[in-house]
Design a protein around this ligand. Structure first.
Ligand SMILES: CCCCCCCC/C=C\CCCCCCCCCC(=O)SCCNC(=O)CCNC(=O)[C@H](O)C(C)(C)COP(=O)(O)OP(=O)(O)OC[C@H]1O[C@@H](n2cnc3c(N)ncnc32)[C@H](O)[C@@H]1OP(=O)(O)O
Ligand SMILES: Cc1cc2nc3c(=O)[nH]c(=O)nc-3n(C[C@H](O)[C@H](O)[C@H](O)COP(=O)(O)OP(=O)(O)OC[C@H]3O[C@@H](n4cnc5c(N)ncnc54)[C@H](O)[C@@H]3O)c2cc1C
Length: 730
């Protein structure tokens, strides 16, 4: 399909393509994983092109409800083809190749994401990773053939990061051999699960397991939540859509609240732990964190997801930069393509290199994941901590870098990059969420830091460590690395860079032509050089700090430095004899620090009262609490001039002494009431999270309940598309 020449191609793009130093098909094969995979991908693309319904009206022009219904319509058509293709597959490797190809190709049909994303990305993997063999035999075919639609509800209003703090309870009732699910508090409401709001009829629920009066910690349960025929929520639970969000608009992220909701005993996913009929708890897992397995899997998947999303963004930006011409550099000559500007290349090329860094690392990480899984099947969990640390840090870095790089791509496309139709805003909205979900950036980096510190302790004791962290032992020389946070981060970056370089060299070392090798080498060098320049500070071995020295001799060093001061070279300074010591208040620099703060404060307050609408706009974007830190001088200038002129207008016709007193009174009044009523001022934040009274969860739930999709218990797309599809009548 893509090989055919396309008519009316922009001349600049054609010229750029002609300049390519290597065979594009060869690189395509490398990216796909081989010639056969490229051919298979194209076959699937063609099949979808023939059978998939396209949007009649652009997705972004639809209402929220229409967007969701349109996404269901397309997902059902896509899944019909997917299920058919999956049924023809016999080998596990073919299945995983096919799933990934379908995932990639299907992206072309959604500006946002499919409501089935969690079904594929977490529901099926959790069945595979958390169910006993008998449970897999029951649930997997249903899920693979989409006879049931599932999601993964772990996060609650009150807790996402701290899983051990989840509040939903599953209490075993041995009389009926059932678990009773309850949401004891508002903050225990399940929140966020994709597809839960309207689409899913099953859900994996992570809850605190109680039996015989004991709590055994969080466990996953597979729970039916909607009637299979009517799709109505089952009695004993409240389920709905959480409301508009930055991206993921068609993923119907939902909430779920249980009120004595009963589920059979075997709803507990029993690969790692069981509850016997009489309520006895039996632990099977050799490692306490195996119930967190799906998260590791998705973190691994996300590295390749980021490579893919960034590859789309940078392809858009590079193509557009070849087409876009701007600024007359030489009179009467054509304006240059923006791609020719070095500054533009700086924005774009690092993204290209990052795509390959992520993709090579992702291939390697997935292989590592499968090796560790295979070992764990035989009871060996030794490599799990390292896999957790590795997947955590790579997930954190790649999601963060990816959304930042996509922003650069958007900047590189100027104003047009801000159009939804450019797809860059949607790519950004999708990827910036990945920095938070499946483990927040900071939290995951801290997990890795914890592992590195523990490894370091082993190195100190002279114990053997795994090859991936063996460099810690090599760098025991304090000049090269230290145990400060910077040192740990630097070490972690060394891992990522090392993998990229070795993997990219390995991947292109056979088969591939010299031209491809050259380009890959250049990209690899670019990535390494770019980051060593970006992180020059971290790479410097001397911290140049009295406080941060390795030996901790803080006070000695502070004293040594103090003694070097020129002022200490004479016992009595001559100013003792000649001039009185000034009050610090008299120093102009001190006045500058203090008075500008006071003046700014009044300016904001005045502007708040007299120009309420401007404040509302500015603060709703920046937050009242941040106005005193407004970075833009423009913003400051507006506040200052409004303050001055409005004040002058009010008092200018009065006598001078009265003006002075009134000004003081106004200042006092404003000062006093701004502090007293800061809660009211905060109302302009228009935020469920930033309300003065801190009733965050109540407000989130109130807003969710106002959400139009929750006005009807079952969306009509269920009757039109989902039900006929599930029942095989479509
Ligand atoms: C055929 C199928 C094919 C599928 C194809 C799919 C195609 C689809 C493509 C793409 C899919 C991607 C899209 C998916 C969309 C997902 C949408 C979002 C979903 C979600 O967000 S779900 C919710 C995710 N939630 C989180 O990630 C929560 C983050 N929090 C945690 O992970 C943990 O709570 C914590 C790690 C921060 C802390 O846990 P805690 O129990 O308190 O542990 P600690 O005290 O800190 O540490 C104790 C000890 O445990 C070790 N440890 C922690 N976690 C793990 C782990 N996961 N594995 C192993 N070990 C772990 C930790 O290191 C400590 O060890 P130590 O004591 O130091 O030795
Ligand atoms: C688009 C999207 C889709 C999602 N889909 C799902 C889903 O399908 N199923 C599901 O179960 N969940 C889902 N989630 C929830 C997601 O997994 C959580 O939001 C995520 O794990 C972060 O947890 P949190 O919201 O509790 O953040 P918090 O932990 O409250 O984070 C707030 C801040 O506190 C900091 N912080 C928290 N703990 C620490 C710590 N120990 N040390 C230092 N700093 C800390 C964080 O770094 C962050 O800056 C989704 C979220 C989003 C945005």
């Amino acid at each position: 399909m893509r090989n055919k020449p396309i008519a009316n191609v922009n001349a600049d793009l054609l010229k750029e393509r002609k300049n390519c130093s290597f065979d594009i098909e060869e690189l395509t094969n490398l990216i796909d994983g081989g010639k056969n995979q490229t051919a298979r991908r194209r076959e699937i693309e063609n099949m979808l092109l023939k059978n998939m319904p396209f949007d009649i009206i652009p997705e972004e022009c639809l209402s929220a409800k229409e967007k969701y219904e349109n996404a269901v319509r397309k997902s059902v058509a896509l899944n019909k083809i997917g299920v058919e293709l999956v049924s023809q597959v016999t080998k596990a490797k073919e299945l995983s190749d096919l799933t990934l190809t379908l995932r990639r190709v299907s992206d072309a049909y959604f500006r946002e994401v499919t409501p089935f994303l969690l079904h594929l990305g977490m529901f099926i993997p959790t069945i595979l990773g958390q169910c006993s063999d008998e449970q897999v035999a029951h649930w997997l075919p249903l899920a693979m053939q989409l006879k049931i639609i599932g999601t993964y509800a772990q996060t609650e209003l009150g807790h996402g990061t701290f899983i051990r703090g989840l509040e939903t309870t599953a209490t075993y009732d041995e009389r009926t051999e059932e678990f009773v699910l309850n949401s004891p508090t508002l903050s225990s409401s399940k929140w966020w699960a994709g597809g839960l709001g309207k689409t899913a009829n099953h859900c994996i629920v992570v809850a605190q397991l109680y039996t015989k009066g004991e709590c055994y910690g969080t466990h996953p349960f597979i729970v039916q939540i909607r009637d299979m025929d009517t799709h109505m929520p089952l009695k004993g639970l409240k389920v709905g859509e959480i409301g508009p969000r930055l991206g993921f608009q068609t993923a119907d992220n939902g909430f779920l609240v249980f009120d004595n909701f009963r589920i059979p005993r075997d709803s507990l996913m029993m690969k790692h732990a069981k509850v016997l009929k009489d309520g006895t708890y039996v632990k099977i897992a050799r490692h306490s964190k195996l119930t967190y397995g799906t998260m590791i899997f998705v973190r691994v998947l996300l590295v390749s997801e980021m490579a893919f999303n960034l590859s789309k963004a940078v392809t858009i930006a590079v193509r557009y930069s070849a087409v876009r011409r701007q600024s007359e550099l030489k009179p009467n000559e054509p304006e240059p393509q923006v791609l020719d500007y070095l500054t533009q290349q700086h924005k774009l090329f690092i993204s290209i290199s990052t795509v390959y860094a992520f993709q090579f690392t992702s291939n390697w990480l997935m292989k590592t994941y499968h090796t560790v899984q295979a070992n764990m099947k035989h009871g060996n969990t030794d490599a799990l901590p390292e896999l957790h640390a590795l997947s955590s840090c790579l997930k954190a870095i790649c999601t963060s870098d990816c959304s930042a790089a996509i922003e650069q791509c958007r900047f590189a496309c100027g104003g047009h990059g801000y159009m939804i139709s450019s797809n860059l805003p949607s790519l950004y909205a999708f990827t910036t969420a990945t920095r938070t979900y499946e483990g927040d950036y900071t939290v995951l980096l801290l997990q890795t830091a914890r592992f590195l510190v523990k490894t370091w302790e082993q190195v100190e004791l002279g114990n053997a460590v795994t090859p991936m962290v063996a460099y810690l032992a090599r760098h025991q020389n304090r000049e090269a690395w230290d145990e400060s946070p910077e040192g740990i981060i630097r070490a972690f970056e060394a891992i990522a860079a090392g993998v990229y370089q070795t993997e990219s060299v390995r991947s292109v070392s056979f088969g591939q032509s010299d031209a491809i090798k050259d380009v890959m080498k250049q990209l690899s060098d670019l990535y390494l050089l770019y980051w060593s320049l970006e992180r020059t500070g971290d790479l410097l071995t001397t911290l140049k700090s009295t406080l941060g020295s390795y030996d901790g001799r803080v006070y000695e060093r502070l004293m040594e430095e103090a003694l070097k001061s020129p002022l200490n070279q004479e016992p009595v300074n001559e100013s003792f004899h000649n001039e009185p010591e000034p009050q610090v208040m008299d120093f102009v620099s001190q006045q500058h620090k203090l008075f500008i703060g006071i003046a700014s404060y009044y300016s904001y307050s005045m502007t708040a009262l007299w120009l309420w609408d401007i404040l509302t706009k500015v603060t709703s974007e920046l937050g009242v609490g941040k106005t005193d830190r407004l970075p833009e001088s423009h913003g400051r200038a507006v506040f200052m001039s409004v303050f001055n002129s409005e004040m002058e207008k009010s008092v200018s016709s009065l006598s001078a002494p009265l003006q002075a007193v009134l000004r003081q009174l106004v200042e006092l009044y404003l000062y006093y009431w701004t502090l007293e009523k800061r809660g009211d001022l905060l109302l302009v934040l228009q935020s469920t999270l930033g309300s003065y009274d801190g009733r965050v969860y109540e407000r989130l739930m109130e807003e969710a309940l106002k959400n139009p999709p929750n006005k009807e218990p079952v969306n009509e797309s269920f009757h039109k598309y989902l039900k006929p599809f599930i029942q095989g009548k479509l």
